[in-house]
Ligand binder design. Structure first.
Ligand code: PLP
Length: 356
C-alpha cells in the first residue's frame, strides 16, 4: 500500500534548469526535472516514486491506446509574491474531479489526501522550476491510464498515474475568435463530457482543425441534440455579461464542471453581481449583440485563466465583441483571481493550499 512514508525518491544526476529558457515557455512543452509515478496492480496502488522526468516504456497493446481508458487533470502553482511560498489553487477539487473521471471510465480512484501530499513533495523538489514572471506559472498535469498488455474491451487490471510539472507562460496571448459549432458535437448528456476523459479531446481535434482553417482560434460548443444552446469552449467554460448580468451555461451533464468557473461565479457574487447559471441559447446571445446589450464574453479555465472573446462566428457571420477597454468587470475579476493565486489578494474563500 502507498502512503507518504513509502514514497521513494530518485533524483536526476544533472538538472536541466540552467539550460531552460524561462523567457520562452510555450504551454505544455517544458517539463521539470522530476515526475511522480504510482502503479496500480493486484487491486491496490503501490510503488509511489518521484523519478527523473523521461520516457516510459509501454506495450503497443496498452489498454488506453486502444480504448482511451485515460483521464487527466490540469492545475497550476504560483509563488506568493510577498512571502515566496508556493501556492496551489484548490488542488482538492482537481483530486476529486480526477476520481470522478476515473469512476466514469471504470478506473480505480486515488486517495485525495495522498494526491495532494505527493504533489507537494514533487513541487517542493522542483520548486526552482516555478517561474516568477507575471502571467506565468508551474503547470501541473496528472494523468491516469489503463496499462494492461491486453487487447480486449474491458477495464484494465493495471493502471499508471503520473504527475508531470513544468513552467508555462500565458496560454492565449490575446482575445480569441470562436466559432459557434453547429455540425460536430463535443459531448452529450450521459456521455463523458462532464469528466476529463482523454477521449473527449480527441473528438474535438478534427472540428478544431476545420475551424482554424476558417480563421478561428477555438470552437464554442453547442448542445448535442439541437445545437441551440451554448455549452463551453474547447478548454474553457464560457461566460457572458448581458445587460449587466453575468450569465453562464448551467452544468448540464455534458459540460466540464470547471474549477475556474466555480471560482469566477463566487468572485462575481462577492462583488454583488447577479449571476445566472442556466440554459443560454445562441439566439439569446446574438439578439443581445444586435441590441447592444452583449457587454462581454470570455472563457475561463486553469490553463487560460480568463480569456476574452474578440469575435463570435455563426453561420458565416462575424459578431465582434466590444473593445477591451469597456470590459472592466471581467478584467477586474481576472486580476482578482490571479491576485488570489499569487498571494496579492486575500484568500477569503480558503482556496489556497501552501506547499511548505
Ligand atoms: C473542456 C474543458 N472545459 C473547461 C475547462 C476549465 O476547467 P478548469 O477551470 O477546472 O481548469 C477545461 C480545462 O480543464 C476543459 O478542458
Amino acid at each position: 500500500m502507498t502512503n507518504i512514508m513509502t514514497l521513494k525518491v530518485q533524483r536526476v544526476k544533472e538538472s536541466r534548469l540552467s539550460s531552460t529558457d524561462f523567457n520562452n515557455l510555450p504551454f505544455g512543452r517544458v517539463f521539470s526535472d522530476h515526475m511522480l509515478a504510482v502503479n496500480y496492480q493486484n487491486g491496490q496502488w503501490e510503488n509511489a516514486r518521484i523519478i527523473p522526468f523521461g520516457n516510459i516504456e509501454v506495450t503497443p497493446a496498452l489498454t488506453c491506446l486502444h480504448y482511451a481508458q485515460a483521464c487527466f487533470e490540469g492545475m497550476k502553482a504560483n509563488r506568493d509574491v510577498n512571502t515566496g511560498d508556493i501556492l496551489l489553487f484548490r488542488p482538492r477539487e482537481n483530486a476529486r474531479r480526477l476520481n470522478a473521471s476515473a469512476i466514469r471510465l471504470g478506473m480505480p480512484t486515488f486517495s485525495e489526501d495522498l494526491f495532494i501530499d505527493y504533489l507537494k513533495e514533487l513541487i517542493q523538489m522542483d520548486k526552482d522550476w516555478i517561474p516568477d514572471m507575471e502571467d506565468s506559472a508551474l503547470y501541473i498535469r496528472p494523468v491516469l491510464f489503463g496499462s494492461d498488455d491486453f487487447i480486449g474491451v474491458r477495464p484494465s487490471d493495471t493502471y499508471q498515474l503520473y504527475i508531470l510539472i513544468g513552467p508555462t507562460g500565458p496560454y492565449y496571448g490575446k482575445p480569441v475568435k470562436v466559432k459557434i459549432e453547429e455540425e460536430f458535437v463535443r459531448a452529450f448528456r450521459g456521455g463523458t463530457g462532464d469528466v476529463k476523459a482523454s477521449g473527449n479531446y480527441a473528438a474535438t481535434l478534427h472540428p478544431a482543425l476545420l475551424a482554424k482553417k476558417e480563421g478561428y482560434d477555438q470552437i464554442l460548443w453547442t448542445d448535442g441534440q439541437t445545437h441551440e444552446y451554448i455549452e463551453e469552449i474547447g478548454t474553457m467554460n464560457v461566460f457572458f455579461i448581458i445587460d449587466g448580468k453575468v450569465v453562464t451555461p448551467a452544468l448540464s451533464g455534458s459540460i466540464l464542471p470547471g474549477i475556474t468557473r466555480d471560482s469566477i461565479i463566487q468572485l462575481f457574487k462577492d462583488q454583488n453581481f447577479e449571476v445566472e447559471e442556466r440554459k443560454v441559447s445562441v439566439k439569446e446571445v446574438l439578439a443581445a449583440h444586435q441590441a447592444g446589450t452583449l457587454e462581454d464574453a470570455f472563457g475561463v479555465g486553469t490553463a487560460a485563466t480568463v480569456t476574452h472573446i474578440a469575435e463570435l462566428g455563426y453561420q458565416g457571420q462575424t459578431y465582434r465583441l466590444p473593445e477591451m477597454e469597456t470590459r472592466k468587470a471581467s478584467t477586474a475579476i481576472k486580476e482578482e483571481l490571479i491576485g488570489i493565486k499569487t498571494g496579492r489578494v486575500a484568500d477569503r474563500h480558503g482556496w489556497i493550499v501552501r506547499v511548505s
